[in-house]
Design a protein around this ligand. Structure first.
Ligand code: THU
Length: 132
């Protein structure tokens, strides 16, 4: 199950547009009903406009009307697994629940499964509430 999602993320990673960093990432998001949405990172000559793979997958899913997610897989060519950046974690926090699975992997067959609450236990929110 996760293996096929990782294989899908490795495939979409090949579409990443990374002429500046040469660091390509693929992400596949699965909804609670089993649909999948994918994303790759897309860079820009104005570097700050770069959009990460995870955020592109989440935005594609939300654009399609999906808000309920079961898991996300993230894959890059890293020695250990590829870890989402803080901006992507904050975007995940908008839609993920404590027990949404975050499967981090590399292209060489290594993967580690986390629950979202353990990967990002506290985050910005407008109320300054530590528990949300
Ligand atoms: N990148 C992602 O796609 N996801 C992350 O969580 C971290 C970073 C991309 C952005 C940029 O294109 C490249 O990796 C190097 O930072």
């Amino acid at each position: 199950m996760n293996e096929s999602l990782i294989a899908e993320a490795i495939k979409v990673r090949k579409r990443a547009y990374t002429p500046y960093s040469h660091f390509s990432v693929g992400a596949v998001l699965m909804t609670k009903s089993g649909s999948t949405y994918s994303g790759c990172n897309i860079e820009n000559t104005s570097f700050g406009l770069t959009s990460c793979a995870e955020r592109n997958a989440i935005f594609a899913a939300v654009t399609a009307g999906e808000h309920e997610f079961k898991k996300i897989v993230v894959v890059g060519d890293t020695k250990d697994v590829t870890i989402p950046c803080g901006a992507c974690l904050q975007v995940m926090a908008e839609f993920f629940s404590a027990n949404t699975e975050v499967i981090l992997a590399n292209i060489n067959g290594l993967s580690r499964k986390y629950l979202f609450k353990n990967l990002f236990p506290v985050r910005f929110n407008l109320k300054g509430d530590r528990r949300v």
